[in-house]
Design a protein around this ligand. Structure first.
Ligand SMILES: *Cc1c(COP(=O)(O)O)cnc(C)c1O
Length: 395
């Protein structure tokens, strides 16, 4: 017996559900990449990406996933032997740092752990101790998708300036751009990167980097530059050069449709929607965690992210059984625990094209699974979520 039918619902933190508008935008014949329509499309995307990152600086589009955009960010501003500081808060900043190490950069990790956000005071203290100013860049993620933790990018920026340190501030916004506030210029971020398939509701395959003035200065002397990632090679008027080759035509149309939807909703409204839906998820998870086998991974409530919630599950194989039930019986795909949380957690994504029925449906299915599998848990999760939304989304 199953209660699934039709389209499977993805509640994984990327790739995320794509709106029909985005899917439809790609259904078109091959285009003339030298014609005015495509050139105007590129110009609009680059301008709107900078608008999303909230920077006066220039943005670049790569045919790549987030890992590619990581490499683009690193190679354009660093040189072999440079030292960087990576702020640990789960998995993704560490992964970015690993890429830097393979490129020949010396990587120091500011220890954190999987259950909490980066502490800005620790960043300031470490940078103050760098009296020789060897650290050339500080890498962090806004939201760590594995841990479900949100870092305070503004506060970390302030900590870097309070230490009077001139390291570049580089931020991964793959799991946060367009979902939660990000203020590249105001928060002193020098390089920000993102990708298409999470908050931006677009197929995987596009990576984005936005660049501030200080990063552009570092770029002039960076020796890790390679032909494909190089910002300078992508400047100038020729359309083909802006992608270092053939433009990703259909993904560009998809991204255009997604950005149109985001701006039509209004960026602030999109942030509010994410916050409300995330809060609903947290109300449910907190009821479940009241007793039994479930718990929030992130211990500090204020550090839980508005795009993904990581729920720890006690017991060998229990998380996997729950995920399997939700998928095979109810057609809802939950995220798995990854990295240090492999086999010990599931994740609920609430980023991008999400609304109340999607989130409440997902929570309901999880509760069905918890009951069917007799996993001990506090009751009333869905009720807590609906009550929260009823109380906070005024008539
Ligand atoms: C998903 C993700 C990445 C990696 O992106 P890919 O497109 O899978 O390469 C990097 N950073 C964060 C925060 C992510 O959530």
């Amino acid at each position: 017996m199953v209660v699934r039918a039709g389209r499977e619902f993805l509640a994984i933190p990327g790739p995320t559900t794509m709106p029909d508008e985005v899917l439809r935008a790609m259904h078109r014949p091959a285009a003339d990449i030298y014609g005015p329509e495509l050139i105007a499309l590129t110009d609009s995307l680059l301008a709107d990406l900078s608008r999303l990152f909230r920077t006066k600086g220039r943005s670049y589009i790569y045919i790549a996933n987030g890992h590619g955009a990581w490499e683009a960010a690193l190679t354009n501003v660093l040189s072999r032997g440079d030292k960087i500081l990576v702020l640990e808060s789960g998995r993704f900043a560490i992964g970015w740092g690993d890429a830097a190490a393979e490129l020949g950069v010396e990587v120091e990790i500011l220890k954190g752990d999987w259950r909490r956000a980066v502490r800005p005071a620790e960043v300031e203290a470490r940078l103050r101790a760098d009296t020789e100013r060897r650290i050339k860049a500080v890498l962090t993620v806004q939201i760590d998708t594995a841990a479900g933790v949100a870092n305070d990018i503004e506060a970390i920026g302030k900590a870097i300036r309070a230490a009077n340190h001139d390291a570049l501030y580089m931020v991964d916004t793959v799991a946060s751009l367009a979902c939660v506030p990000f203020e590249m210029d105001e928060w002193g971020v020098d390089v920000a990167m993102s990708a298409s398939q999470k908050g931006l509701m677009t197929p995987p395959g596009l990576g984005f980097v936005a660049v501030g003035d200080r990063a552009r200065k570092a770029h002039a002397t960076a020796n890790l530059k390679t032909p494909y990632w190089d910002w300078t090679a992508r400047e100038g008027e020729e359309h083909y050069r802006k992608y270092a080759g053939t433009p990703p035509v259909h993904l560009m149309y998809a991204l255009r449709a997604a950005l149109d939807m985001i701006f039509e909703e209004g960026l602030e409204n999109a942030h509010t929607r994410h916050r409300l839906l995330a809060e609903a998820v947290r109300h449910a998870a907190s009821a479940w965690a009241d007793k039994g086998a479930l718990a929030f991974n992130v211990t500090e409530p204020g550090e839980r992210s508005n795009t993904v919630t990581t729920v720890l599950v006690d017991g060998d194989g229990v998380a996997a059984r729950l995920q399997d039930y939700c998928k095979s019986k109810c057609g809802v795909v939950l995220g798995t625990g990854i990295g240090a949380l492999s086999g010990k957690a599931f994740r609920i994504a609430h980023m991008g094209h999400v609304n109340a029925p999607m989130v409440l449906g997902t929570l309901g299915v999880i509760e069905v699974g918890l009951n069917a599998l007799k996993i001990p848990h506090g009751t009333g999760g869905v009720q807590a979520a609906t009550k929260y939304l009823g109380d906070n989304v005024p008539a």
